[in-house]
Design a protein around this ligand. Structure first.
Ligand SMILES: [Cu+2]
Length: 108
């Protein structure tokens, strides 16, 4: 009995994980060749953006220009996510490479 409810819980988690990764609410920005792709991304309030480092050996970060909030450095094949609750424009750059520019546009 305990075993089957545990199995149910695990399969439930797996199913919600699959739904989450396939959902349109999960947005990805690829970071490669010292560029954010796409450089401008439009999402809805409450959605999450994940930056994925696709470089061979360069690490990057994400700094939001208004607030100065900076992510940790993320290395090749690492990722970093942020959820956006409030509508607005969120321009950002990269700590080590200030020439890299991107913007997340959040609408209601
Ligand atoms: Cu960078």
């Amino acid at each position: 009995m305990r075993m089957s409810s545990g199995t149910l819980l695990v399969s439930g988690l797996l199913v919600s994980g699959l739904l989450l990764s396939a959902s349109p609410f999960a947005h990805e920005v690829e970071v490669s060749n010292y560029q954010f792709k796409p450089a401008e991304l439009h999402i809805r309030a409450g959605e999450t953006v994940t930056w994925v480092n696709r470089e061979k050996r360069v690490s990057h970060s994400v700094i939001f220009l208004g607030s100065g909030t900076e992510s940790e450095r993320f290395f090749p094949d690492e990722r970093w996510s942020r959820k956006f609750d409030a509508p607005g424009r969120y321009p950002y750059t990269c700590g080590p490479h200030p020439e890299m520019l991107g913007v997340i546009v959040v609408t209601d």
